[in-house]
Every structure is written in C-alpha cells, then in structure tokens.
Ligand binder design. Structure first.
Ligand code: ATP
Length: 239
C-alpha cells in the first residue's frame, strides 16, 4: 500500500447514451486523508463516484483501486475489495429496522460472527442507532438515516469510503455531526472521497480538492489554495 495509491482514475469517460457526463478526467488518492470532489450540479461528480464504485459503467479510461484495475469490476467485487459506499439519498431500507439494515449489509461482507461484532461496534459508535436498533429505519431523522448509511458502509471495514452528498437535506447541527464523523473516520486511517454541495464545509475538512465543471477537471489542489480561488467560484457558476 505504501507503493500503490488507494485510487487512480485515468482518462475516465462516462456516457449515458449521447450525454458525455465525464470527459476524460484523471486524478488520484494517496493513502489517508479526505479528498473533496466539488463542482456545480451536473458537473459529473456523482457519475465519477458511481463509476469508481462500479455502479455506472466506465465508457473508457481506467480505474485502479489498491493497485488493481477495477474498470470492469462489479459493485459487489469493488465493495469486497475494501470500498464503502454512501450513495446520494442514503438509500437505506426504510421498511427494515436499523439492525436489519446492518444485517443485510453484513451478510454479504463478512462471516456472521464478524458481522455481528461489527454491528455491535456500530451501535457503540453511533449510540442513537443502538437505541433505535429495533425501529424501522424509515422512521429515523435524515441525520440518523445518514449515520445508518455510514454504519452500513463501514460493515465491510473499508479502506476507502465514497460519500455522495452526505449533508444533503440535513439540519445544520446534524451536518456538523456528520462532518465530525467523517473526520473521525479519516483519523482512523480510512481514505475518503467526498462529493459535497457545501464547498466551504468540504474544504474545511479536506486535505485535497478536485473541482469539476462540465465533466472535466477545472482544477485541483490544497483546500487553502482553492478556498480563495476564482476557479471554485467559476466552477460553481458554470452550470
Ligand atoms: P449533482 O450534484 O446534481 O448530482 P453531479 O455533479 O453529481 O451533479 P452527475 O449527476 O454526475 O453530476 O451528472 C452529470 C451529467 O450527466 C448531467 O448532465 C446529468 O444530467 C447527466 N446524467 C446523470 N445521470 C444520468 C442518467 N442516468 N442518464 C442520463 N444522463 C444522466
């Protein structure tokens, strides 16, 4: 792992029929840290994340995870290789309980004793989920559902976490909570690729930022350089 970066994206193209959503972008993540993927609505951030996750097919280019080419890998193979996914909109199972959501995730990712141990760890890490373990997930608040989505992604003990707009639709206090969780995970050594609408907030926690506009990379660098940069402003106005 010292030699291999966590993630390399090379000349990635994602098309939906005639729509070229991602246009030959290249970037990489080295071990540890939070990389923010920023840009206006429709810039291609989610498509990039979902192509890395194997959920959306790669039209051309290459994705390398932990030193292995995964361009054509299935999402389950990618998750089992050590990638956790927190999709946009959380996508938890509303009609299952909190605990059942974690059981479903764990079943595919670990032997049952390991999965049971990780479930207990999640209940400790997120006490509110512990308190509500037998409640239907659909009855949780938005922030609690996001915690559940994070807990579910952690069931596979990932080395890389892909997060799509974790703060979307949450009350400000809950946004703070979610961001402290993101920082905590980073401190534990998990690398994070964070797509975030709230650029200011993302730049506060990120160690590196990649800015997309119209399917391309408009720029990248240290958050301290980008925060004051015109680039970011224009990327957000581009849409
Ligand atoms: P948002 O924050 O709105 O999700 P984004 O930066 O994540 O924006 P994408 O969701 O990746 O951008 O979308 C990039 C482009 O691809 C947009 O023009 C979008 O309309 C288009 N697009 C996304 N998904 C599909 C799809 N399934 N079929 C057709 N076009 C799509």
């Amino acid at each position: 792992d010292q030699m291999n970066p966590i993630l390399e994206v090379e000349a990635l193209d994602v098309r939906y029929g005639p729509v070229r959503a991602v246009r030959g972008i290249s970037f990489g993540l080295s071990t540890g840290g939070i990389t923010a993927l920023l840009g206006a609505n429709g810039a291609g951030k989610s498509s990039t994340l979902m192509a890395i996750a194997g959920v959306v097919p790669v039209t051309s280019g290459r994705v390398t995870l932990f030193g292995h080419t995964t361009t054509k890998s299935t999402p389950d193979a990618i998750v089992r290789s050590g990638v956790g996914i927190c999709p946009e909109g959380r996508r938890i199972f509303a009609s299952l309980t909190v605990e059942e959501n974690l059981i479903v995730a764990g079943t595919a990712l670990a032997t049952s004793p390991v999965a049971a141990k990780r479930r207990d760890e999640m209940m400790e890490r997120f006490p509110i989920l512990g308190e509500r373990r037998r409640q239907l997930a659909g009855l949780l608040s938005g922030g609690e559902q996001q915690m559940l989505a994070v807990a579910r992604a952690l069931m596979g003990a990932p080395r890389l976490l892909l997060m799509d707009e974790p703060s979307l639709g949450l009350a400000p206090q809950m946004v703070d909570t979610i961001f402290s969780i993101i920082e905590e995970l980073q401190n534990e050594g998990i690398s994070i690729l964070l797509v975030e609408q709230n650029a200011a907030l993302a730049l506060e926690v990120a160690s590196h930022a990649v800015v997309m506009a119209n399917g391309e990379i408009a720029g990248q660098g240290a958050p301290s350089d980008l925060a004051s940069d015109e680039l970011l402003k224009s990327a957000y106005l581009a849409a």
